[in-house]
Every structure is written in structure tokens, then in C-alpha cells.
Design a protein around this ligand. Structure first.
Ligand code: ZN
Length: 177
């Protein structure tokens, strides 16, 4: 099973991780079917947030109500690794209680932020494919520009036909012999 995430959301999570570094950033993922639709940032409630995270319980409760009100499902948790690879740590594995939730980790330990998705069930840790949905880019994506191009083409043809019709109607009547 692969999970889709809009490009803009992935960037929002990476931006939050950068803003909160050197502390770990965290939040909830909400979505439907196999798509992440929202990422809700939460305060890191851990006592030493530089090398661990704990979701602020009050903010988590409010976020879950919001997810429910939006008709979405709580699909996972995300957090950042400011100085290590996007792989669940021993503590991440020990503290993951709900096997139904996915765990997204964003690593800042590279030139570009790296996002990896995991399923943690007890001691078994499995990677989950993460597909970046380019159609959700803020620039509109390719599908929109194709539609745009077709509209321009159709308008161009219509304009040309109109011009031909006008010029024909303006022609002087052919001389009668
Ligand atoms: Zn971690």
C-alpha cells in the first residue's frame, strides 16, 4: 500500500521541522483512503525536545476534534529528526502504541529534507511507499496547464473562423454579367 501526500503538505512539514530545529517538530496527519489531506502541527511536549517528541495532549485533543469535524480520519503522526536519518529510533518504536497509525519522519540531516513513512507494529517496522502528489503543487500542476492550452487553442480556432466569416461577408458582390 502506498500513501499519497500533496507536495505542498510535504513542504509545510519540512518548513515546520526547519523552524523548530534543533528541537524535534511533531504533529498529526489526517486524510482519507490512501491520501494525506492535512498535517496539523502540535507543540512538542517532551522534556528534552532535542532528541525526542511527545505530542502536547491538549493540542492533540483539539486537533482530533478538528479532524473529526472535517470528516477526515486520523491516519498518522509525524515528527522530525534534526540530526539523524528518517528511520524510527528505538524510542520511536517503543512509544508507538497504535499499529493502525502511520509514522512519517522528516530528516534534516541532508542537503534537502527527506521524508519517510513507516508502519510500526510492536517490534516490526515496515517502510510504506510515500507518493508525492505533484498535481497538488501550488503552481497548479500539469493537468491544469493542459486544460488551459486546449482552451486557448479552441478560442484561437473560433476567432479565426469568425474572421473568415466577417471577411467573406464584406466581399463586394460578384459582378453580374
Ligand atoms: Zn524519532
Amino acid at each position: 500500500m502506498a500513501m499519497r501526500i500533496p507536495y505542498a503538505l510535504a513542504r509545510q512539514i519540512a518548513d515546520q521541522a526547519h523552524a523548530e530545529a534543533p528541537q524535534e517538530a511533531c504533529g498529526l496527519l489526517a486524510g482519507e483512503c490512501n491520501t494525506v489531506i492535512r498535517a496539523i502541527p502540535l507543540r512538542n511536549w517532551a522534556r528534552s525536545p532535542e532528541d525526542r517528541f511527545r505530542l502536547d495532549p491538549e493540542e492533540q485533543l483539539a486537533a482530533l476534534k478538528e479532524i473529526d469535524a472535517d470528516g477526515l480520519e486520523w491516519v498518522g503522526i509525524y515528527h522530525s529528526h534534526p540530526r539523524s536519518a528518517p528511520i524510527p529510533s528505538r524510542r520511536d518504536i517503543d512509544e508507538a502504541r497504535d499499529a493502525g497509525l502511520l509514522h512519517l519522519i522528516v530528516s534534516l540531516d541532508h542537503a534537502k529534507p527527506k521524508l519517510k513513512l513507516w508502519r510500526i507494529d510492536g517490534d516490526s517496522v515496515t517502510p510504506v511507499d510515500l507518493v508525492f502528489d505533484s498535481e497538488a503543487r501550488e503552481d497548479g500542476g500539469s493537468q491544469f496547464s493542459l486544460r488551459h492550452r486546449i482552451a486557448i487553442l479552441v478560442a484561437g480556432i473560433a476567432g479565426f473562423l469568425l474572421l473568415v466569416a466577417i471577411s467573406v461577408s464584406l466581399l463586394p458582390p460578384s459582378p453580374v454579367r
